[in-house]
Design a protein around this ligand. Structure first.
Ligand code: FES
Length: 100
């Protein structure tokens, strides 16, 4: 049996964002989590209590493990938030707010 032909998808123009000051090139339509994974980043938050690293767990917006700071707004779920050109993405420490 012949394997199916690959789709002839042609991705649109890439954009750039920054992650902790590092410039990343991102394909259109990706979430923040997908963009970070594609750049080899698998953890972008530390827990409040013990400071353990966290990234994607469920990947569908349920567990809140993937919280990240995007454009100064903490607690954004990286697995749901689409990347926009010029986004400034930062690792989130604890609650991501100054009061913790
Ligand atoms: S990975 Fe579970 S909410 Fe994002």
């Amino acid at each position: 049996m012949k394997p199916p032909e690959p789709a002839r998808a042609r991705p649109g123009e890439t954009c750039t964002v920054t992650f902790d000051g590092r410039t990343l090139t991102v394909l259109p339509g990706r979430t923040v989590a997908a963009a970070l994974w594609a750049a080899g980043v698998t953890a972008w938050r530390s827990t409040r209590g013990t400071g353990r690293p966290r990234g994607v767990f469920c990947g569908i917006g349920v567990c809140f493990d993937c919280l990240v700071t995007v454009n100064g707004r903490p607690n954004q779920r990286a697995c749901l938030v689409p990347v926009r050109p010029g986004d400034v993405i930062r690792t989130q420490e604890g609650t991501g707010r100054d009061d913790d």
